[in-house]
Design a binder for this molecule. Structure first.
Ligand SMILES: Cc1cc2nc3c(=O)[nH]c(=O)nc-3n(C[C@H](O)[C@H](O)[C@H](O)COP(=O)(O)OP(=O)(O)OC[C@H]3O[C@@H](n4cnc5c(N)ncnc54)[C@H](O)[C@@H]3O)c2cc1C
Length: 315
């Protein structure tokens, strides 16, 4: 049942994205005996996870690349095809969708699942240094994922705005030693500053001048001349949903640029579904998997409805 990109006119569903959302959708669709092709540009955020401890079923933790490798093998085992290719554009046609690849042919599919994730707004470090700090676990971007691992540690949060304040308050549940620092300048209201002070969170006013990650800690230098050492730094700088293809298709986006949650079940464009981080909600592996299962099943049932309607029109 493997879908062959060379004979793509037969494709039932193209899933864009090979992260936890897209690979779960592909697994379900392959087991529904659908011809499914997964396209991805190699940038699943899950591939950057050094070791996750909150993926259900992995009590010892699992490395992100290992999880993606297992999920890929699982989907392929049931017939899903997986191809590395960037989708530049997607368009609704009568009875299907065309997908233009950046380097490759135009594919045609009956339905589409968008599982395209988000990009992080990151601190400005050379890529090699940045990724080494992530692997060392001294630079983190997801308090929900790994706040637990930093019980009692010296935690620095970068981003002195409402979002940063919320992350600092969340992390305060794990440590009494939390400091909030601006990237540039503080943007907190006096009410927010008071709530943080009441919670015992230290506020630094100086702009970030340098971030120097080591093997076990990070030194932060501010333009006030202060030099601070932390066990872990959480930049709270927001994210950019990878929703350009959703926009091209005319899906409804939130103010933040995410796809609205209804698109997991049914979007305003018949035959288009969405799953994972690109959908507004909780950006987590387990949520992405759940979305993938729902979107894959909805796509299958939608195709069945189309097939029944075609049969009835012939009788
Ligand atoms: C450092 C780090 C640590 C994390 N730790 C945890 C953790 O411990 N627990 C947890 O639950 N979550 C964690 N997360 C979050 C987790 O990685 C995401 O929630 C999860 O990967 C979302 O899955 P997804 O499938 O929606 O998106 P992603 O995994 O990001 O996959 C998106 C896919 O879309 C593809 N794509 C996008 N646009 C295109 C295009 N135009 N053409 C082709 N392909 C495209 C990408 O190539 C990729 O395959 C962490 C994230 C990071 C960065």
């Amino acid at each position: 049942m493997a879908a062959d990109p060379e004979t793509n006119s037969e494709l039932d569903v193209v899933v864009i994205g090979a992260g936890p959302a897209g690979l779960t959708a592909a697994l379900y669709l392959a087991r529904y005996r659908r011809k499914v092709l997964v396209l991805h540009d190699g940038r699943s955020r899950a591939l950057r996870i050094p070791l996750t401890h909150n993926a259900p079923g992995f009590p010892e933790g699992v490395r992100g690349p290992d999880l993606i490798a297992r999920m890929t093998r699982h989907a392929v085992q049931y017939g899903a095809a997986i191809q590395k290719a960037e989708v530049a554009a997607v368009k609704a046609l009568a009875g299907g969708f065309s997908l233009n690849l950046t380097d490759g042919p135009t594919l045609v599919s009956r339905a589409v699942i968008l599982a395209t994730g988000v990009d992080l707004n990151q601190v400005d470090l050379p890529e090699r240094v940045h990724e080494a700090a992530i692997r060392a676990g001294v630079l983190r971007y997801c308090p929900i994922c790994d706040g637990y691992e930093h019980f009692g540690k010296r935690i620095g949060v970068i981003g002195c705005d409402t979002n940063g304040a919320a992350e600092a308050l969340f992390l305060r549940g794990y440590s009494q030693n939390v400091t909030l620092m601006p990237l540039d300048r503080p943007e907190l209201s006096s009410a927010e500053a008071r709530v943080l002070a009441d919670a015992g969170i230290r506020l630094e006013a100086g702009a970030l001048r340098a971030l120097e990650p080591g093997a076990d800690d990070v030194t932060v230098r501010l333009d006030t001349g202060a030099s601070l050492a932390f066990d872990v730094i959480y930049p709270a700088l927001g994210r950019r949903p990878r929703s350009i293809l959703a926009e091209q298709l005319g899906l409804v986006l939130t103010e933040a640029g995410c796809v609205t949650p209804d698109a997991v079940f049914e979007s305003r464009v018949a035959g288009v579904f969405a799953a994972g981080d690109v959908v507004e909600g909780l950006d987590q592996i387990s949520v992405a998997m759940g979305h993938g299962a729902v979107a894959g099943t909805r796509a299958h049932n939608w195709l069945r409805e189309q097939e029944q309607a075609t049969l009835q029109s012939r009788t």
